[in-house]
Design a protein around this ligand. Sequence first.
Ligand code: NAP
Ligand code: GLV
Length: 311
Amino acid sequence: MDKQKIEILVATKVWDPQEWVDSLSQFDTVSKVHVWPTEEDLSKVEALFVWKPLDQGVIERLPNLKWISSLGAGVDHLVGDAQIPYSIPITRIVDPFLARDMSNYVAMGVLMHQRNMGANQQNQNHSSWERLTYSNLKVGVMGLGKLGSHCVNLLRQMGFDMSGWSRTLKHIEGVKTYAQTELKPFLSELDVLVNLLPVTPDTESILNSNLFEQLPQGVYLINVARGNHLVEEDLIAALNNNHLSGALLDVFRQEPLPKENPLWTHPKVTITPHVASVTNPSSALELLKANIKRLIHEEELLHVIDREAGY
Ligand code: NAP
Ligand code: GLV
């Protein structure tokens, strides 16, 4: 076996794997790319690239596995999977395009809300010339990691009054930051709440009625992290009693969002189908290429997650 080349298994489920396979096959550090599901011999596979939960039984087919990479920023589809031994490092995609696209999406959501674009569209439908007022907004971001920190910086440059909340206290110029124990004061002074947390046991269902009650009346919610952060019934109740003014939702507990889900038709909800920021294969492949080299040279991999913390 050529020691400078490895075999890889790609398991993408909802994505067409072909673009990944074609590019990975060109790498001079890759001898073979397998695609799950397969009956091929996988005993030489050293790296597994995954999007969405793994089927049961994949890991036991990979006795030589040394590394798993998520093909997105999130790793919630992997961290809770009992078939993955703690000894196998899990990495994720950290990429400037992912951060740029996420910040642009959030900026779009904040601007659409600030400039009353929903109401303007309705007015246009009735040829109604009504000059709606707007004011500057206080925007708070939950999660100040790779995406959240990029987002607060972009929105600060756009002139919004920014704050952020994270597990450990961050220092970001021009942004009011709060540590994990300071959720209440963080929430108490917002106009828009943006969720960019990872899903962990601490953050699962964090967007619930208890949290909404700590927000001032009229706050607009943007959930771009994961559907499992949000208790959908609590959101609908908070919208119906006018405590929250509206929501832009990109992620859902069940995706695709079932046709009968009441969020589809709620007048205060705007929905996009998990497209806030989509992994760009050509730049993500550069990171994978660097990590393949590191694996071959037995160097520490880039962007390894903390299995204990869950992100
Ligand atoms: P990241 O770099 O790991 O950042 C996570 C942030 O959340 C960190 O600031 C972390 O605090 C904070 N955090 C974690 N647990 C917390 C807790 N219990 N209380 C308070 N703060 C907590 O993650 P990322 O790359 O920014 O991505 C965030 C998430 O975005 C992903 O996990 C994924 O689910 C989602 N995402 C969605 C899309 C989409 O298209 N909708 C695209 C990409 C990613 P510390 O800084 O103190 O560690
Ligand atoms: C998308 O949701 C990602 O985690 O990259």
